[in-house]
Design a protein around this ligand. Structure first.
Ligand code: HEM
Length: 265
């Protein structure tokens, strides 16, 4: 059996306390923040220090309860998603994706997180910010393509999340808008066959960090995602990409109780 029940008993008891969610009226409107333009997306990846593994289970549970408190307190203003990267990435153990109308709200969350008893075991591996914007090119695409882009993506119930920072070179930004549109049409043509299984979200980052875009994907079909990247590398637009990844962040989308259970072990 994977877990030893007597050792898990304190955790099981605490889980009963943890399970009470924030009521819908207290939490921010997730659907709105994830779909609207003008929202900041922050990706904050952390490693757990060596001291974490040395803490006894009761202490880890107590610290994870503090984590839960910090997340729930801030979920009244911002949307917080969690990802487990340990085991899939040598870059970080866990990642938070935060959506906030004001970037300082994401900052306040990360300050409280890092200042908490749990946060003292965290070491920042990397923080990136981006802004959601209205589509630049979609309005200029053919009607059929616009309609195809509305196909709802189904990433599967337990998807992998992949975050890829991207920059384009100065030649791209200097191009005539019609030339850029033609290349983004090619990009869309090559990518559309994967839309069904790959959910995507784009953040504009120029000036907010060292990159131009943060691209975020969810899929349970990693082989499709691999083929999608290969397909996009063949289109002309890719010649203007000066940075793809470095790092590519991969993890599993996970709920707060799930990550608490894993980190309590
Ligand atoms: C499900 C597959 C995908 C589809 C259907 C798709 C479609 C699109 C569309 C329609 C745009 C234009 C957005 C606008 O009007 O502003 C766009 C932009 C972009 N896509 Fe994709 N894409 C896909 C996957 C990817 C992947 C895998 C990457 C790279 C890892 C990527 C990177 C980008 C970037 C960086 C932009 C912004 C380009 C710019 O504004 O210069 N896309 N994509």
């Amino acid at each position: 059996m994977r877990f030893c029940m007597p050792r898990l008993m304190p955790f099981v008891l605490l889980l009963l306390v943890w399970l009470g969610p924030v009521s819908a009226s207290e939490a921010v409107d997730r659907g709105k923040l994830l779909s609207e333009a003008g929202v900041y997306g922050t990706f904050a990846a952390f490693t757990l220090d060596a001291e974490w593994a040395k803490e006894d289970q009761a202490t880890r549970i107590a610290y994870l309860t503090v984590l839960r408190g910090v997340v729930e307190q801030h979920r009244e203003k911002i949307v917080i998603d969690l990802y487990l990267m340990r085991g899939l990435s040598d870059y970080a153990d866990l990642m938070f994706r935060v959506h906030a109308v004001e970037l300082r709200e994401a900052q306040n969350f990360l300050l409280d997180l890092q200042g908490s008893l749990f946060g003292r075991h965290l070491k920042a591996a990397g923080i990136m910010h981006g802004l959601t914007k209205k589509a630049n090119y979609v309005p200029g695409l053919p009607d059929q393509m616009k309609a195809d882009l509305k196909t709802v993506s189904e990433p599967g119930p337990r998807p992998y999340a992949i975050v890829i920072p991207i920059s384009k070179n100065t030649d791209w930004w200097g191009l005539d808008p019609d030339k850029r549109l033609a290349m983004m049409k090619e990009h869309t043509e090559a990518a559309l066959p994967y839309q069904k299984t790959v959910k995507r979200k784009l953040y504009h980052s120029t000036g907010l960090g060292d990159i131009d875009f943060i691209t975020y994907f969810e899929t349970s079909k990693l082989e499709n995602f691999h083929s999608l990247i290969l397909a996009l590398e063949k289109v002309k637009e890719f010649q203007y990409v000066s940075r793809l990844g470095h790092p590519v962040l991969m993890g599993t989308a996970i709920s707060l109780p799930e990550i608490m259970e894993i980190l309590a072990q």
